[in-house]
Design a protein around this ligand. Structure first.
Ligand SMILES: [Ca+2]
Length: 450
């Protein structure tokens, strides 16, 4: 056992009383039961899907009846944000429950160039590792994007089962990444598999649920849809073996494929929910759906300004839906401000798990909000990506792009049109002060890896 894994193992022991065995084999820490009463967790994250890209968020061109049904039967979020307007940092925050800056993952881990060699270090504690200590079966099927090298594989970060890809995107048919490498894994090895990525993610998700129906499970389904390349189910591969490329979708072909990519994912989500119902698990399964950042110019962010990569609202305010019959009332609409990193604490609370000693999360537990409509504690939230910084406190949003400072009141200006920086100097100063303190604290002793 490597030293790091040993430390993680010890951390796991610290959170569970009376483990029946030592070492990292913690599949059954409860001893006398397999934890049948513990709720299951399904976390579905879509890629680059914007605030206006699905029908329950106002799309008139893309139909997502299955996600819409979850929203109608559960809670729809109007002020949920990804931690970053791009993939890897959002995922680092989601996995660790902390600002991604603490893990040094502030930018994309690219398939080409020096960042390809880095990833989320094993010292970081993921939600999968904590849930495992409560006897949860843990699986991830889909996109990882927190390190290409096998040393950063999700199998080393608490996921007992992994099938999918480690890069930012693969060809939906050939599963070749941007740099020309085959990128389809089963745990620690590359194991090629035929099929359309979205359908494979659904297939393995359904299979995982069926195999683990008699024990608590945490299923993380990070979909590829609707990230480029733009390919529908029957479209040919664009990236071919040996570095060859065929023609890319353009113009109307992109619009046609984009719609299909979202709708095929929605169909897959329907199959996941149908499996839960068929197995009688609906009332003991918490399902959360969200996006990892806003849409690019091929998609829609509704009324919001900006796109993927930007700290305007369109870059990070994204769709999110929570569904849990019997616990979350149907037809709920929630306007409290929430963030991807809140999910760690929320899932740990749902599972009744304890955090390893010394682990401090930045995210907030949303369970009371979800099930009892409780108000979250007041807090100030921060984003930082490249030359942009944003601060959110109540309705106020400070946006800093290089030296250009803007202030918006989102309660009546969601599109960020009226800059109040001159009208509200005291609020600007207050948020600037909080931002400076946060930057100092969050980056202390951390080397940025991306
Ligand atoms: Ca993304």
């Amino acid at each position: 056992m490597k030293r790091r894994e040993f430390i993680k193992c010890i951390a796991g022991v610290a959170v569970t009383a009376a483990l029946p065995n030592s070492g990292c084999s913690m599949a059954n820490p409860g001893g006398n039961s397999r934890g049948k009463d513990r709720p299951n967790i399904i976390l579905i994250m879509t890629d680059d899907l914007g605030y206006g890209d699905i029908s329950c968020y106002g799309s008139t061109t893309i139909n997502t009846p299955n996600i819409d049904t979850l929203a109608e039967g559960g809670m729809k979020f109007t002020d949920y944000h990804s931690n970053c307007p791009v993939c890897s940092p959002t995922r680092a925050a989601l996995l660790t429950g902390r600002y991604q800056q603490r893990a040094g993952i502030e930018g994309v881990i690219y398939a080409k160039g020096p960042t390809r060699q880095t990833g989320l270090t094993l010292e970081e504690t993921t939600f999968a590792e904590v849930l495992k200590t409560r006897g949860y079966a843990t699986g991830i099927f889909g996109k990882w994007h927190l390190g290409y090298n096998v040393q950063f594989n999700p199998s080393r970060q608490g996921f007992e089962e992994f099938i999918g890809y480690v890069s930012g995107n693969v060809d939906y048919q050939s599963h070749i990444d941007v740099a020309g490498f085959d990128d389809w894994w089963k745990n620690l090895e590359k194991v090629p598999e035929k099929g359309y990525t979205t359908d494979l993610i659904t297939k393995h998700g359904v299979d995982f649920i069926e195999r683990h129906k008699d024990e608590p499970f945490c299923l993380y389904l990070p979909h590829e849809s609707v990230h480029s390349p733009y390919q529908g189910r029957k479209d040919p591969p664009e990236r071919l073996p040996g570095g060859k490329k065929s023609k890319k979708a353009r113009g109307k072909e992109i619009a046609r494929a984009y719609k299909e990519m979202v709708e095929v994912m929605d169909e897959g989500i329907g199959k996941i929910v149908e499996t839960i119902r068929r197995l009688g698990l609906e009332r003991k399964t918490f399902i959360f759906f969200c996006s990892d950042n806003g849409a690019n110019r091929n998609g829609s962010n509704g009324v919001l300004a900006g796109f993927k990569g930007s700290l305007w609202e369109g870059g990070h305010r994204v769709p999110a839906v929570a569904y849990w019959p019997g616990r979350i009332k149907p037809g709920m609409m929630i306007s409290q401000t929430t963030l991807g990193m809140d999910m760690f604490s929320t899932m740990v609370s749902i599972a009744g798990a304890k955090l390893p000693a010394g682990l401090k999360l930045d995210g907030t537990n949303l369970l009371g909000m979800l099930t009892e409509d409780r108000k979250l504690p007041e807090r100030t939230l921060f984003w930082r990506y490249r030359n942009q910084k944003a601060v959110r406190k109540g309705p106020w949003k400070l946006l800093v792009q290089d030296d250009n400072v803007k202030l918006y009141n989102l309660s009546d200006d969601l599109a960020e049109k009226e800059n109040l920086v001159n009208a509200k100097p005291a609020m600007v100063r207050e948020l600037q002060g909080e931002l400076a303190a946060w930057e100092k604290e969050v980056s202390a002793g951390v080397e940025l890896r991306t």
